[in-house]
Design a protein around this ligand. Structure first.
Ligand code: 6CS
Ligand code: FE
Length: 300
């Protein structure tokens, strides 16, 4: 499918190619941490770790009653039958269990407040370099025994190709809501992969999001590129108790395995984007994705 990108706009990060790229990856063009000079909750050492690895885990950010109240809120959202067949809720491929629920910061006051909480939005400000807006929010729920995994991918590759996000000035903040241990499908990340853009083979089909959110087939790096990056950088899977916050760069490669343990794995994600990096025309997709996936600050 031809891209809808306006003619003549240079694509800094071409992907969804029709033929194999000459090289496995290209260097990142955008700086990683842009807001060192801005106020916020992250220390110099934490910003340095994020710069180097492309992610940062902050244990026990939210604890006690605050965490329990949030978890109750989220449990209520995930079991709201009215959401089950809505476009913004994605069920597991084989069951009708809700796997992801989007735009949750607009469905729950508490989550809306959390998206503006200085402990979260302030950290995002220091990373992206300005007061950010929420590009996307979602709850990923991976039930025990049935929760499927997610293929390796860079979120930015999708948000650039399908949502028209120009540069790498967005960051995901994932609050873990159930203990993430080695057996219930924790997020796996390749440290350092955020500094390389891996172009992906295969054009974006119409309405790709209707299948990609259940199982991503397009926008998945080649086994060669993944093997080389893992050989160079390894894989890390930050684990920890519920209430920990994982910040990861929009371009850090990540994936997660299926959950074959009895314990559910649930996270709530906020994607913070810098206002001057708002989405334009998709760089490699037939048309824009719905607002619940890629919110434009111009609309309300
Ligand atoms: O397409 C997206 O926007 C979503 N897909 C994945 C697998 N991760 C990022 C995001 O939630
Ligand atoms: Fe992702």
């Amino acid at each position: 499918m031809p891209s809808t990108q306006q003619a003549g706009v240079q694509d800094a990060y071409p992907s969804r190619l029709t033929s194999r790229p000459e090289s496995l990856w290209q260097p990142r063009k955008d700086a990683v941490v842009k807001g060192q000079h801005l106020s916020g909750p992250l220390s110099e050492a934490q910003l340095e770790e994020f710069e180097r690895k492309g992610f940062l885990f902050i244990p026990n950010l939210i604890t006690g009653d605050e965490l329990e109240t949030l978890r109750d809120d989220i449990q209520a959202l995930m079991t709201t039958d009215a959401y089950r067949d809505q476009e913004f809720s994605i069920t597991e491929p084989e069951s009708n269990e809700i796997r992801s629920l989007f735009a949750v910061h607009r469905l729950s006051e508490r989550l809306g407040a959390l998206a503006n909480d200085e402990r979260v939005a302030g950290a995002a400000r220091q990373i992206v370099g300005d007061d950010p807006y929420v590009h996307q929010s979602r709850i990923n729920y991976k039930p025990g025994f049935a929760g499927k995994g997610f293929n390796w991918h860079s979120d930015f590759e999708t948000w650039h190709a399908e949502d028209g996000m120009p540069g790498m000035h967005a960051v995901s903040a994932s609050l873990i809501l159930t203990d993430n241990h080695e057996f219930n499908g924790p997020l796996m990340l390749i440290p350092g992969s955020h500094t390389k853009f891996v172009p992906c083979l295969g054009e974006t089909p119409e309405d790709n999001h209707k299948s990609s959110l259940k199982a991503q087939e397009v926008g998945v790096p080649s086994p060669e590129a993944l093997s080389e990056l893992v050989a160079q950088h390894g894989i890390e899977a930050p684990k920890g108790k519920a209430g920990g916050l994982l910040l990861f760069d929009c371009n850090t490669l990540h994936a997660s395995n299926a959950n074959l343990s009895p314990d559910p794995r649930s996270n709530v994600f906020f994607v913070f984007n810098r206002p001057d990096n708002r989405c334009r025309e998709p760089y490699a997709a037939p048309k824009h994705r719905p607002d619940f996936l890629a919110h434009s600050p111009d609309e309300n």
